[in-house]
Ligand binder design. Sequence first.
Ligand SMILES: Nc1ncnc2c1ncn2[C@@H]1O[C@H](COP(=O)(O)OP(=O)(O)OP(=O)(O)O)[C@@H](O)[C@H]1O
Length: 295
Amino acid sequence: MSDLAHDDAVAARFARLKARERILEVSGLVKTFDGKDGERTVLGGIDLVTHRREFLCVVGPSGCGKSTLVRAIAGLETIQGGEIKVAGRRVEGPGPDRAMVFQGYTLFPWLTVLRNVSFGLRMAGVGKVEADRQAGQWLDLVGLEPYAGVYPAQLSGGMKQRVAIARALAIQPRILLMDEPFSALDAKTRARMQTYLIDIWRKIDVTVVFITHDLDEAVLLADRILVLKANPGEVVELMEVPALRPAGGRSLDDPALKATLTRLEQMIHRHEPSDDDREAGAPVVRLAAAGDEVD
Ligand SMILES: Nc1ncnc2c1ncn2[C@@H]1O[C@H](COP(=O)(O)OP(=O)(O)OP(=O)(O)O)[C@@H](O)[C@H]1O
């Protein structure tokens, strides 16, 4: 594809995305916490619109409020200003239209894989036989049907996260909220999980909000990337990733993705905490950059 045809195809893709229904609308979101030195504003007025079936990544320095934002969308935090709407309805607390997957393995160790996945369905009043049938289908989707009868302790880290994804999706949420779900996994497993997740997301009607520290992961996965800065957490930019989704998945060799990555790194570098912040005891913040691994 020529550069121009590629740019046109990307523009058409974003036009289609933005024509879709608004699933998540965050306006003027303010979140404060009481600390020993008084009230601290963690999120200082966040505005964000995410469309149906969009894949949104959230990046920003440690402590900028990524988890707090996602927890607020989940309905797990009281907010001090603004509002959050999911499919047009104001969020007042947790609900089945939103499901979460965390970094740590949060499966119930005393339940089999199948029962872990059917748990939410049973809680929602679905009968045992039907809940198990549906759970089996979700396990099939994440490629773990053969492990239905085993216990989480018998699974690898990547498999546990696939079960956690199946469990979250089983209640058919509108939004899947993922807080650094792959960051405890080794690089190879993590790459495989990214591919699995994109395959699953393509097959079902769900909008993903995915927090990551890893900018490579963000450009490989996202339609758009929400870049936050810290103290207080505010939106720096909602960046469109100018790439299509080829059948074999995106590659960091794609010049458009390389350029996006460079721009992201520069943007985050500009918003890193100053020496004054560091001296004041704020956590030293940086994101791992491509080609900058420790050995
Ligand atoms: N329950 C709480 N009480 C007081 N302060 C809190 C609470 N939860 C979070 N904070 C503070 O709010 C700020 C934002 O935290 P949050 O975990 O949302 O950031 P983050 O961007 O997800 O960080 P990280 O990348 O390190 O996970 C931090 O300074 C944190 O200490």
